[in-house]
Write a protein that binds this ligand. Structure first.
Ligand code: PLP
Length: 312
């Protein structure tokens, strides 16, 4: 993992060593912050960010959902900050982490604190590794239930939500699996700890309804790519046993990209390796993020050159 020299704080680039947050902030004390996970890919035209507008909008939506009324930044400033942070660090491919957090709140209300904004980037090529992509990974059904929207809203990427993800993923890894599948409060499949889930059966692709999940931008991209390939994609509740008898199960997210599940709860899924639908979508997605797909033009935007005036 390559470390960055610069980080964006509030309205300017600073040396990364200054990237600290106050101990007494609600962001740290209560997990009251919203964030995004975005990827910048190396392409023939230089570094390019995947679906940046949609990620920026989701960050603003998250802030709106948790009740921030006044933000120090809008879509344009967030976009500029992201571009400048990538350019300043001279990464050709990296992971991007913008965050809006509640500062100096010693009382528990959004009204009491002020929202602050930061962007960090780091060089990071593969989340689960090349072998995971080829072979698929092993998952279990978590003993923890995915959040009910009246407890913690799943449409917002709130830092505190990830305590639940970390509980499930730690349990899964300690039991010898790679990833956890979380069922929603209704008992049907919701999503993984940081990925959305798809099932392929008899040449139809299924994915879970949107209400109880984070609406992944990779998920949305795969639905389009699958339909481009001629598959019908159906959004409907998926039960645990439907996973066991699927031809293929695959998961997707910004970090994981597209990964097949070869085993769930000690049951082999399909042929026990990434199947043809998974591989076809991995292939399309790889072309897309390399800038070599018909949809790359719309979804992959080159990073503009550095504005040196932004560095303090
Ligand atoms: C809980 C959860 N579900 C799904 C996803 C996938 O979303 P995306 O494809 O936008 O990265 C993520 C990752 O951000 C996540 O944290």
């Amino acid at each position: 993992m390559g470390t960055a020299r610069y980080i964006w704080i509030d309205d300017s680039l600073r040396p990364s060593t200054e990237g600290v947050v106050p101990f007494l902030s609600a962001g740290v004390q209560y997990g009251f912050s919203v964030f995004e996970g975005i990827r910048c890919y190396a392409t023939d035209k230089g570094p390019a960010v995947f679906r940046l507008d949609e990620h920026v909008q989701r960050l603003l939506d998250s802030a709106h959902i948790v009740g921030f009324r006044e933000l120090p930044v809008g879509a344009e400033q967030i976009t500029t900050a992201i571009h400048q942070t990538i350019a300043a660090n001279e990464f050709s491919a990296c992971y991007i982490r913008p965050m809006i957090f509640l500062d100096d709140a010693l009382t528990m209300t959004v009204e009491a604190g002020k929202a602050r904004f930061m962007v960090a980037v780091w060089e990071w090529k593969s989340f689960l590794g090349a072998e995971a992509k080829e072979r698929g990974i092993r998952a279990n059904i978590a003993s923890f239930t995915r959040l009910h929207p009246n407890i913690m809203m799943t449409k917002a990427k709130v830092s505190g939500n990830y305590v639940s993800s970390i509980l499930a993923k730690t349990e899964s890894q300690r039991a010898g699996f790679d990833e956890a599948i979380m069922l929603g409060p209704d008992g049907y499949v919701a999503e993984c700890t940081g990925e959305n889930l798809f099932v392929a059966r008899n040449k139809v692709i299924y994915t879970t309804p949107r209400a109880g999940i984070l609406e992944g931008i990779t998920r949305d991209s795969l639905v389009t790519l699958a339909r481009d390939l001629g598959y019908s994609v159906v959004e409907e509740p998926i039960s645990r046993d439907q996973l066991y008898i699927a031809d293929e199960v695959f998961v997707c997210g910004t970090a994981a990209e597209v990964i097949g599940l070869r085993e769930i709860d000690f049951r082999t899924i399909g042929d026990g390796k990434a199947g043809p639908v998974t591989r076809a979508l991995q292939h399309e997605f790889d072309k897309l993020v390399a800038g070599r797909h018909a949809r790359s033009e719309k979804w992959l935007a080159p990073v503009p050159a550095m504005n040196t005036a932004a560095v303090r």
